[in-house]
Design a protein around this ligand. Structure first.
Ligand code: BGC
Length: 356
């Protein structure tokens, strides 16, 4: 009887042991990812689920850019690509060609491919709700860049963060560049600053704020202002050239200041200013935003009054930082989903600091 009991006990122990060795246990730990298909039993007993870890090497990242032909976003996306690849990520960057429907397809296709995270520069800020709903449904950690949705729109998804700049600051700095000139922008001394405004895509809050705050800075400083014209140039150089050519033909020497919401339009504006025989900083002022290389050269040569650094490298660095925090499991409280990088005023005095 004793013998039978001992035998029964040993059989029982053997069965328990075999079961413990993994008969039923799924072999693929989701944390291992696809690449690691090792047969070796790793840490035998992982009772506690581990925190999600950033897939430092081999993680795949989808980057959606609103339009590859945009000069500023070209610097930005090159910087993103370089930083991400430098950290060992596999990066795929796609061109939305300024078409929201196309970008929606690209986002869906990245989701189907199973990317670890998305970095999205929306084509239309008004499409933010739809974009956010899509990435949320798929549970993909997402960094939005360059076109800022409202805090309410972002609040619905806690694995979402926006990285950009506070465009009010850049508008204010443009106004200050004009206030810093010897006659505070009133070249003809008639007691008011007469300006034309070349606006970016007004759907983008950067365009709205730069337009508003550049003029606000003048008014806040006690200056009288006169808007001769405001035209949307959609951030494009050719449009800047066209608009300023038309405005100079219409308003001639009345135009004292040309505000451009970005540098690419300012470079276009400069071509028309020169074609009209006007001389920047003598009979007209010209300011932009971004500090594109071409604009830095013109500031140095005295052909632009100044520009404002829109720090593409700083924003790309911050976007990747936030992406890695998300991959590490960070979630964002509503109202804390915007991360801003500072703008910097660029004048002939400090332009050398920004040139490569
Ligand atoms: C930049 C523009 C650019 C736009 C794209 C702005 O922040 O200043 O140059 O065209 O972003 O959305």
């Amino acid at each position: 009887m004793k013998k039978t009991l001992a035998l029964l006990l040993s059989v029982l122990m053997l069965v328990t042991l075999l079961a413990a060795c993994g008969g039923d246990k799924p072999t693929d730990d989701p944390a291992d990812g696809d690449q690691q298909q090792t047969e070796e039993p790793t840490t035998p007993d992982t009772t506690e689920p581990t925190e999600p870890e950033a897939p430092a090497a081999g993680g795949t990242i989808g980057v959606c850019i609103y339009q590859f032909t945009d000069a500023f976003m070209t610097t930005y996306r090159n910087s993103l690509q370089e930083i991400l690849e430098g950290k060992g990520y596999q990066v795929s960057t796609v061109d939305g060609a300024n078409d929201q429907a196309k970008q929606n397809e690209q986002i869906n296709s990245f989701i189907t491919q199973g990317v670890d995270a998305l970095i999205i520069n929306p084509v239309m800020t008004s499409a933010a709700d739809q974009i956010i709903a899509t990435v949320q449904a798929a549970g993909i950690p997402t960094v939005l860049i360059n076109r800022e949705p409202t805090a309410e729109q972002m609040a619905v998804y806690d694995k979402l963060v926006y990285v950009g700049c506070d465009a009010r600051q850049s508008g204010t700095m443009q106004g200050e560049l004009i206030l810093d000139t010897p006659n505070k922008g009133d070249i003809n001394g008639d007691g008011k600053i007469s300006y034309i405004m070349v606006q970016g895509d007004p759907e983008n809050v950067d365009a709205q704020y730069r337009t508003e705050f550049s003029v606000k800075a003048l008014v806040d400083a006690g200056m009288e202002v006169e808007e001769l014209n405001l035209t949307r140039g959609d951030w494009m150089r050719e449009r800047g050239q066209e608009i300023v050519a038309n405005d100079l033909a219409q308003f001639g020497s009345q135009v004292e200041v040309v505000f451009c919401n970005n540098d690419d339009m300012a470079i276009g504006a400069l071509q028309s200013i020169q074609a009209a025989g006007r001389k920047v900083n003598e009979d007209i002022y010209l300011v932009g935003v971004d500090a594109l290389d071409a604009a830095l050269n013109e500031v140095q040569a005295g052909n632009m009054t100044g520009t404002v650094l829109n720090d593409a490298v700083g924003q790309a660095t911050a976007a990747v930082e936030q992406m890695e925090l998300l991959l590490g499991g960070k979630t964002y409280a509503s109202g804390e989903q915007s991360v801003y990088v500072d703008y910097v005023k660029v004048t002939p005095d400090n332009v050398g600091d920004f040139m490569k």
